[in-house]
Write a protein that binds this ligand. Structure first.
Ligand code: SAM
Ligand code: DTB
Ligand code: SF4
Length: 406
């Protein structure tokens, strides 16, 4: 039987509401008008937390002149968030490669292992994982995210999943937010993760429902939504976003953001990834989106999900500091830091530290309550750990506490 949350999720996907939708041409409308005033759609929507976006409305936002869009997104951002705070999260692939799924962007699918040359590895031992989490914390990260190249825990059985549950508890005990991305979950697995202390679960819709069959055939959009519903029902905060540059059109980007914004509750976290074209995958020759395309998607995400933490995720390495600055202005308030993402390179720590300083950014402490509500951020660990973390994070914590007290 379908749960209430699953029904609501299905409605979110179905409500594409195309009344008044503009036909898509190859030339975006914003290039056909010399000077476009602020759109009425945007003005009506500005800053409101809504779950009834139509495709036409989100496409209209998407089509706006970039600087108008960024200006409005920045206003929504500043009304809801401390614009100087940007959370640093660190990823670790705790089980790399050999995945039975066929996501055509992914280095870790066993379907193209002959071409990528990526060797499947075993699940890492807990000691190594905890050492990596400790290093991440010392470097200023307040969230640690563990990824496995699994279809889901059911594929591997209880022994391995139990080991991951142990890692979740121990990272959480270090005073870090802990996130996992393990593929599809059922309700029992989601509850077990919650009991182990998981803060957030990452499970991306990746693209629009319309384009999804072009991305993989080994699962469908509904499978993704069912896992998101199980995560939500277990009281774990939801981290759900997508990738730009899979060969989709702008209308797919708008449609993906509409799906996310029309979920019964907005995800607490929305990662926006740029395709990292990996040699040997079916998408190896695609041109990744430009920095400004990333800025546009982030600005729209900020407007349609005003209270969400928007994560500037994979592909940041190809963005200049100026592109990234515009992304932070438009509402991005988290990045992945550390040498590696899961299997691909990430921005240098020294470059990131320099950029944070130049832009006057500070880290976001762990467990700052989500302003939209949402489970898992109770703030209880922060006080006793305050002296052990990087100065930028300490400054962020001070500001957060003052803001909360005000
Ligand atoms: N197997 C799990 C799953 O699919 O949910 C978790 C790991 S998966 C690698 C996590 C997310 O990373 C994907 O949903 C996708 O959005 C992103 N991702 C993976 N490979 C990528 C790539 N080459 N470029 C950009 N994003 C990528
Ligand atoms: C997400 O949306 N992006 C991260 C995280 N969630 C797990 C993963 C990016 C992976 C980039 C490709 C790689 O390193 O293999
Ligand atoms: Fe497997 Fe996740 Fe990669 Fe898809 S994105 S192939 S499910 S690791």
């Amino acid at each position: 039987m379908l749960s209430r949350a699953s029904h609501a999720l299905r409605r979110a996907v179905a409500s594409s509401g195309t009344a008044g939708a503009t036909a898509h041409s190859l030339i975006p409308r914003r290039l056909l008008v010399a000077s476009a005033p602020s759109s009425a759609v945007a003005d009506k929507a500005m800053g409101a937390v809504r779950h009834d976006w139509t495709n036409a409305e989100v496409e209209a936002l998407y089509d706006r002149p970039l600087l108008d869009l960024v200006y409005d997104a920045a206003s929504v951002h500043r009304a809801n968030h401390d614009p100087r705070q940007v959370q640093q999260c660190t990823l670790l692939s705790i089980k790399t490669g050999g995945c039975p799924e066929t996501c055509n962007y992914c280095a870790q699918s066993s379907s193209w292992k002959e071409d990528t040359g990526l060797k499947a590895e075993k699940l890492m031992g807990a000691e190594d994982v905890l050492a990596a989490a400790r290093r991440a914390k010392e470097a200023g990260s307040t969230r640690f995210c563990m990824g496995t190249a699994w279809r889901g825990p059911s594929q591997v059985g209880k022994g391995q999943f139990d080991r991951v549950l142990g890692m979740v508890s121990e990272v959480r005990d270090m005073g870090m937010e802990v996130c996992a991305t393990l593929g599809m979950l059922d309700h029992t697995q989601a509850r077990q993760l919650r009991e182990a202390g998981l803060t957030a679960y990452n499970h991306n819709v990746d693209t629009s429902p319309e384009y999804y069959p072009k991305v993989t055939t080994s699962r469908n959009y509904e499978d993704r939504l069912n896992t998101i519903a199980a995560v939500r029902e277990a009281g774990i905060s939801v981290c759900c976003g997508g990738i730009l540059g899979l060969g989709e059109e702008e209308k797919d980007r708008a449609s993906m953001l509409r799906v996310l914004a029309n979920l019964p509750e907005h995800p607490e976290s929305v990662p926006i990834n740029a395709l990292v074209p990996v040699k040997g995958t079916p998408l190896e020759n695609l041109e990744p989106p430009s920095g400004l395309e990333m800025v546009r998607a982030i600005a729209v995400a900020r407007i349609v999900m005003p209270r969400t933490v928007v994560r500037l995720s994979a592909g940041r390495i190809t963005m200049s500091p100026a592109d990234q600055a515009l992304a932070f202005l438009a509402g991005a308030n988290s990045v992945f830091t550390g040498d590696k993402l899961l299997t691909t390179a990430n921005n240098e720590a020294t470059e990131d530290a320099k950029m944070f300083e130049e832009l006057g950014l500070v880290g976001r402490p762990a467990f700052v309550p989500y302003i939209g509500g949402g489970a898992s951020s109770d703030g209880s660990e922060w006080g006793e750990n305050a002296s052990k973390v990087a100065p930028s994070i300490r400054e962020g914590a001070e500001r957060a506490r003052k803001d909360m007290a005000a």
